[in-house]
Structures are given as structure tokens and as C-alpha cells.
Design a protein around this ligand. Structure first.
Ligand code: GAL
Length: 448
């Protein structure tokens, strides 16, 4: 068993415990049960300044994710609320969603949970989520947020979630040192990309990073699909339950490119966590990487700076579009005894100052329209300004739960993953399989 106790930096408790080599100091203390005993023996009640505790379930366990979560936890501690961490490792929340469901079903719901996309509406419909109407009204969320962010957190005139940041998925990272050494120009289209990849390969550098983890493969696929089409088709494919759309030549071309890019990924493509790829990228082993801009946060935490050691570009063919995922927290109702602390968290996390601070660490951009682009690096500015152009340029990420329900996402993802791993599966076969799944899961007859 572990106790996670947040201690205010500069407080008596922090000062007394910091020099103790047996306790691993983070921004908060995470140590075995003895930390409670120790605190008591030091005459300090655990969380002495903290009147209330919120149990927060999320999937941020990489260095930068951890640091971004800590930024919110620290601000919360200043308001006498303890953030008790219940982080579940696994990129894209693969494990966390399962844990969240099982905790809710067994009556041990957390107070706060990372819950994304249409799931918010489903959970709100079940009456599980606290309405945050008062906080939203007092802080003018209706005008402060981008319209699509505001509608994401609304359900039948009530506010059901707290938006934290907008991630851009169609991001191509490139290593500036490697590019400079080889005299390479960052690729703006697929022909450039092929030329650059070829040069990198000849220089003994893996041109394109990729893991074989299903969510990372689907993250690349959805980006390629957008590159071959546009946000309107993207939405039709992932959100309208149209099985016929899966036979469109734009889908075939995206699948074809997914397969053909394999030759730039190094052999064999193995299962690697996204943050371990970030480390390889930082060591100069990789030239380019298509990944959501949480990777920017991770590279920064490792000491790399935007437009210094690395830069980002929109993936070829997607410069005018924003393939996005919005991180959101929901507050679980429970027996309404944490409402005040939950509202504090909602207000703090969306305040102008916290939006700048948190998103700078996390790699995402502010959900607020009044953010100042001059305070953003070039990746963030491009993301925030593109997103600001409105729904016609925005494509909600399937992989990151913005487009469909879990079931459909998992079914599509499994087929794309299979196709990626097995070169003998024909493109048309994958299209047929997915169309059949869409038909079955949408529970209706084939379209004429
Ligand atoms: C996304 C999430 C990001 C980041 C990423 C990798 O789904 O929105 O915040 O954590 O997964 O785990």
C-alpha cells in the first residue's frame, strides 16, 4: 500500500521531511505507509493545511504528464485541497478507462477522473457527473472557451466537464540537429518526406519513429486518413456509422501509405511506449516522428527546446487541419461531499494563468480564446491558431476517444493494428472487415 501525501513546498512538514533520504521527494511525497507514521511522529497531521482530499484518476505517468498534473496539484494545495493521485500507466488511457469503470461499478468511484469526448455525455446521462453550472457561469466559460470546447462539455444546458488543454495529433516532429548535419529541409509534402527519409536511412538514422502498440498505430492511421481527405470525410467515416464510407478510395490510399511507411520505421517495429520513443528521439537516433504534441511536452522535460533541438510541422497534407484531442476532467457525484473542492479544481484548472502554465508543460494548447499567442512557442501557436478557425478545420481523434464510443474505437483499432502487423492482409479485406463491424455495431442493415 502507498500513501500519496501532497505537502506544500516551504511548509513545516516539507522542510522536516525533505532531507530524509528514505523518502522520495517529488512535488508531493509518495512513500509507503511509514510516511503517515513518520508524519504523525513528527507531530504533523498528514495534509495539515489541506482540509479536503480529492482522489484523481488519470493516465499521466510520463515525466511531462506527471509534471503537468503536479502543476495543478500545487495550485490546488494552495487552496487547501489535497490531490490524491490515482494514476494508471498506459498511453492514451488504455488501462485507466478499465480501472475507472471497475471502480465506479464497485462503488469506489474517484472524485475526479480523466474522461474524454462523447464518453462525457454518456456518463452525464447516467447521472454520474457533478454539474458545474455555477463555476461555468461565474467564470464565463461560454464565451471564454472555443465554441467546440464549450459544446464538448455541455449536455442539455448543463456543464459536465472541465477542459484542460487541446492536443494536436497531426504533428510531425523532426530533429533539428540531425537535419542540420545532413543539410535536410523539413518535408512539406509526401514527395519531400520520401526524399528526406531516404537520406536519413542512408546516414544510418531511423527516418520515422513508430511503435507497434495498437493506439500508436491508429494514431498514425487517422492522421494519414486526414492527409488523404479532409475533416468532413474524416467525421463521416468515424462519426456517422457509415459502413459505405469505408470503401472510399481515400481510405484505401491511407491504408496503403500506412503500409508503405513501414520501410522507414526500422526493423522490426516493436512495442514501445511513446515516452521511450521520445528518449530515442532526444538521443538523435530518430529523424522524424508523427505523434500528438504531448511528445513536445516530453521532449521539453528532457531539456530540448522548440526550434532549437527540434521543431514540429503539420503532417504533409494536413497543414490547414487540426486533428485534435481535448483532455477533460469530470467530477464524480459520489454523495456530494466533495463538491466545493471539486469546484475549486474546475475553476483553477481553467483560469487564464493555469491554462498557460499547465499547457506549456503538457505540450497542448489553451482551451481559452483569450490566450495570448505571443506567449506560445511556434508549435503551440500554429496549433492554437488553426484550432481557432473553427469546426470546419477540426477533426476529432478516433484513437483518443473524441469521435466515437469505446466499442467502435476498439473494433476499428484492432483491425488497423492487424493490417499493420500482417503484410499479407489485403487493403480491401481490411476495408470489408471494418465496414462489417461498423454495420454490426451500429445495429442496422447495410446501406443501399
Ligand atoms: C492522450 C491524452 C494525452 C496524452 C496521451 C498519451 O489520449 O489526451 O493527454 O496523455 O494520450 O498518453
Amino acid at each position: 500500500m502507498q500513501c500519496n501525501v501532497y505537502l506544500q513546498k516551504g511548509s513545516d512538514a516539507y522542510a522536516k521531511l525533505a532531507p530524509n533520504p528514505r523518502i522520495h521527494m517529488h512535488s508531493y511525497i509518495r512513500a509507503p505507509l511509514f510516511c503517515l507514521i513518520l508524519l504523525a511522529s513528527l507531530g504533523i497531521a498528514a495534509g495539515a493545511r489541506a482540509a479536503e482530499t480529492l482522489d484523481v484518476l488519470h493516465w499521466w505517468t510520463s515525466q511531462s504528464e506527471r509534471k503537468a498534473a503536479d502543476a495543478i496539484a500545487e495550485a490546488l494545495a494552495d487552496e487547501d485541497v489535497t490531490w490524491r493521485d490515482a494514476a494508471i500507466a498506459g498511453g492514451a488511457g488504455v488501462g485507466a478507462m478499465k480501472v475507472l469503470k471497475s471502480r465506479v461499478l464497485s462503488g469506489r468511484a474517484p472524485d475526479v477522473a480523466q474522461l474524454i469526448g462523447p464518453n462525457i455525455q454518456e456518463w452525464a446521462d447516467l447521472g454520474l457527473l457533478l454539474e458545474l453550472d455555477g463555476v461555468a457561469r461565474k467564470n464565463n466559460w461560454n464565451t471564454a472557451f472555443f465554441p467546440s470546447i464549450w459544446s464538448l462539455v455541455r449536455l442539455r444546458s448543463h456543464t459536465a466537464a472541465v477542459p484542460l488543454g487541446i492536443h494536436r495529433i497531426n504533428t510531425l516532429f523532426y530533429n533539428r540537429r540531425v537535419f542540420n548535419e545532413l543539410g535536410l529541409t523539413p518535408p512539406k509534402n509526401w514527395n519531400d518526406f520520401e526524399r528526406v527519409a531516404n537520406r536519413l536511412q542512408h546516414a544510418g538514422i531511423t527516418p520515422l519513429a513508430q511503435s507497434s502498440e495498437a493506439w500508436q498505430v491508429t494514431t498514425l492511421f487517422e492522421t494519414l486518413l486526414l492527409s488523404e481527405s479532409n475533416p468532413a470525410f474524416y467525421r463521416q467515416l468515424f462519426m456517422s456509422n457509415s459502413d459505405r464510407a469505408w470503401f472510399d478510395p481515400r481510405v484505401s490510399r491511407a491504408l496503403e501509405r500506412l503500409r508503405s511507411l513501414k520501410r522507414w520505421m526500422g526493423e522490426p517495429v516493436t512495442e514501445k511506449s511513446w515516452d521511450s520513443i521520445a528518449r530515442q528521439f532526444a538521443h538523435g537516433e530518430i529523424g522524424m516522428w508523427v505523434m500528438g504534441d504531448w511528445a513536445k511536452g516530453e521532449l521539453q522535460t528532457m531539456g530540448m527546446n522548440v526550434d532549437d533541438q527540434f521543431s514540429c510541422l503539420p503532417v504533409p497534407g494536413t497543414a490547414d487541419y487540426h486533428l485534435y484531442s481535448v483532455d477533460t476532467f469530470v467530477m464524480l457525484v459520489g454523495d456530494y461531499d466533495h463538491e466545493i473542492a471539486q469546484e475549486k479544481l474546475a475553476r483553477l484548472a481553467t483560469s487564464p494563468a493555469m491554462q498557460i502554465h499547465y499547457n506549456q508543460i503538457k505540450g497542448s494548447v489553451s482551451v481559452r480564446r483569450d490566450a495570448d499567442p505571443r506567449q506560445m512557442d511556434s508549435c503551440a501557436r500554429s496549433s492554437w491558431q488553426t484550432f481557432g478557425r473553427g469546426a470546419q478545420v477540426q477533426a476529432p481523434s478516433l484513437t483518443h476517444r473524441m469521435a466515437s464510443n469505446e466499442q467502435l474505437k476498439d473494433a476499428i483499432s484492432a483491425q488497423i493494428h492487424r493490417y499493420f502487423l500482417d503484410d499479407t492482409i489485403a487493403i480491401s479485406e481490411t476495408q470489408r472487415r471494418i465496414a462489417a463491424l461498423v454495420r454490426a455495431l451500429a445495429n442496422r442493415k447495410a446501406e443501399p
